[in-house]
Design a protein around this ligand. Structure first.
Ligand SMILES: Cc1cc2nc3c(=O)[nH]c(=O)nc-3n(C[C@H](O)[C@H](O)[C@H](O)COP(=O)(O)O)c2cc1C
Length: 210
């Protein structure tokens, strides 16, 4: 049963073997041990432009972005997966720029496909701003209606030079625990597939001016 379950991990750092990559690998290793298939994609080292706010993705049958690049490729992988992990380094107390452009476009075009997927995140930081990144990443997950597994602490890992993150014993333990909880949640949801999802209401949209 669980062999069919899959998680996509997204590395938003330009350093494909940096601290974010190491933290994500700790998580994917733990997931694999629990029988969950994983795939890691590195988007932080790609050239990714921001959202054009053209709205085209809302009006096509596949809801893909008009900018034909890796964002659509990864969006399709995530749509097909049971869960996903967002990993971002902290740049100026925020999500790294390329990752921000990627997330804006992937979530704007694909959030409707992510509801009830199991999703979590990790932010990596030298010193300050990791929790800000955590909150920013959570904004995407929450609005998309994903289900986040519990963790023993906020999912922030510390390190500056590539590989230092592995020396943050508590941060790494937190990510291992979060990955184990993710595997459990994936299997639990898979086992309860027969229970129908709650009914949804017609959406009310207000813009505070009408
Ligand atoms: C442009 C830039 C901005 C950064 N801003 C911060 C920051 O605001 N706070 C902080 O603690 N570290 C900051 N850092 C350090 C990185 O968050 C840290 O080195 C992290 O380990 C990078 O993750 P990576 O190895 O996955 O790329 C910054 C690094 C760069 C390159």
């Amino acid at each position: 049963m669980s062999n069919a379950l899959k998680v996509v991990a997204i590395n938003g750092s330009p350093r494909s073997n940096g601290n974010t990559a190491r933290a994500l690998r700790v998580m994917t290793d733990e997931l694999e041990v629990a029988g969950i298939a994983t795939e890691t994609v590195h988007i932080g080292n790609k050239s990714i432009a921001g959202c054009l706010a053209c709205g085209a993705c809302a009006n096509t049958s596949d809801n893909l972005c008009v900018q034909k690049d890796i964002v659509n490729e990864v969006a399709l992988k995530v749509r097909a997966a049971d869960g996903f992990i967002l990993g971002s380094p902290t740049y100026y107390a925020g999500i790294a720029g390329t990752m921000k452009a990627f997330l804006d476009r992937m979530f704007y075009s694909s959030s409707r496909y992510f509801r009830y997927k199991v999703a979590t995140m990790v932010s990596v930081v030298r010193r300050t701003g990791g929790l800000d990144v955590q909150h920013q990443l959570d904004n995407y997950l929450g609005l998309a209606g994903t289900i986040t597994p519990p963790s023993q602490y906020w999912r922030v890992v510390y390190g500056r030079e590539q590989g230092e993150a592995l020396q943050d014993a508590e941060g790494i333990q937190t990510m291992r625990a979060n990955a184990r909880d993710m595997a459990w949640l994936l299997k639990t949801l898979d086992a309860s597939k027969a229970i129908p999802k709650p009914e949804t209401e017609k959406r009310v949209w207000t813009h505070f001016i009408r």
